[in-house]
Design a binder for this molecule. Sequence first.
Ligand code: BG6
Length: 288
Amino acid sequence: TKDRNGTDQILLQNPRGASARVSLHGGQVLSWRTDRGEELLFTSSKAILKPPYAVRGGIPICFPQFGQRGSLEQHGFARNRTWIIDENPPPLHPNDNNGKAFIDLLLKPLEDDLKIWPHSFEFRLRVYLTADGNLSLISRIRNINCKPFSFSIAYHTYFSISDISEVRVEGLETLDYLDNLCQRERFTEQGDALTFESEVDRVYLGSRDVIAIFDHERKRAFFIRKEGLPDVGVWNPWVKKSKAIVDFGDEEYKQMLCVNGAAVEKPITLKTGEEWTGRLELSVVPSS
Ligand code: BG6
C-alpha cells in the first residue's frame, strides 16, 4: 500500500509490514524498516529536517556530481531539490498490477540549475519495497537536451550499525581505490575485508555487483546488489571530522557506515534522447 503523509513524505509498506519512507525533498529515503519495525538506516539525532539541505542520514542521491569532482556544490544539487510524484507511473513489471509498494519520483532541472549545469534531463527515481522487504532504488536518467552530457551519481547510503569497530565489509578486497584523505591518490586494497579504526573516505573502483556489511554484534548482514554502478564510496567520519559536522553528533560515527553504490571514476555520458539506468537493492539477513 501507499500512504501519503502530509504533502512531502510517502510511506511504502509491503504486505508483511516492512516499510520505507521517502521524502520529496531530495527524493531521499529517510527510513527503511523490517517487518519487526527495526530501523535499518541511520539518521543523525542532530539532522536538520527542514529544506534546503539534505537530511544527515537515510539515502541522499548525489547527482549530477559526486563529492567535489566538478564545479557544482558538493554531491550535486539533486539532494537539495524538491522532487515530484509521478501519479501515473509505468507498472512495476509488465502484466503486474499487484505491486503497489513503490513510488516514482521525478526531478527536472530548474532554471537556476540550468545556469550552473546547462543540461536538460529527466531523472526518474523508483523506490520499491519488495515482498521480502528489500529496498530497491532504480534511477532512470534521460537526456532531453540537444547536446550530450556527462554526470556522476551515488546512492549515499547511511547504514545503521551496532558499532563501527564490530563491522566488516566484504567485496572490496584487492580493488583499487581513490583516497579522499590523500588528494584522491590511487591505492590498492590489501586486506581480506575492510574493518575500521580511523576515518575512511574512499571510492573503490570497478567492484563486483554484491557487497556485504557484516555486523557481528547485531548478528546480521546487509547485502548491497547493484547494476550500472561500478564504484563504491565508503565513508566514516570518525572522531575529529564528526565534531566538525554541525548536523552530526560527536559520537554518532560509531553507529553509522556509508557504503554507496556509485558511478564516479568514469562519468556516464548520455547523448540526446538516451537513457541510463542504475539499480541498487538492499537486503538484510541474519548472520553469525
Ligand atoms: C562522502 C564524501 O561521500 O560524503 C566525504 O566522500 C563527505 O568527503 C561526506 O564528507 C559527507 O558529505 P556531506 O556533503 O553530506 O557533508
